[in-house]
Unconditional design. Sequence first.
Length: 137
Amino acid sequence: MSKSDPSDYSRIMLTDTAENIVQKIRKAKTDPEPLPENKTDLQKRPEAENLISIFASLKDTSVETIINEYSGKEFSIFKKDLADLSVSKLEPITSEMNKLMNDISYIDSVLNAGKDNATSVAEPVLQKTKEIIGFLT
């Protein structure tokens, strides 16, 4: 998965639905071999390394643990488990984001608070700059 690739299938977005996440993981590029049995073999297979690293990060465990759990298994089994884990971790975030994005008054309040904070920080600097330049007497 790659955030720089122009294809939407190259990455999982926080706004993706559960169905989108499952589909993207299912279509993620892999090779025909079963999952590797050790980290050395994994380093020779970048697509497998990418997906295993994502799985380990989401599960908050080591790559070695994931290799031990899935070594020799087919990617279809691994991808199903990765999709399930991804959905369980990301769906609450997506749900909260959607709720907040649909609350226009909340968005306005955050923007106004940010504007007020930026103004309070910038105003003294602007005043000092004007004094140095000679715009204020």
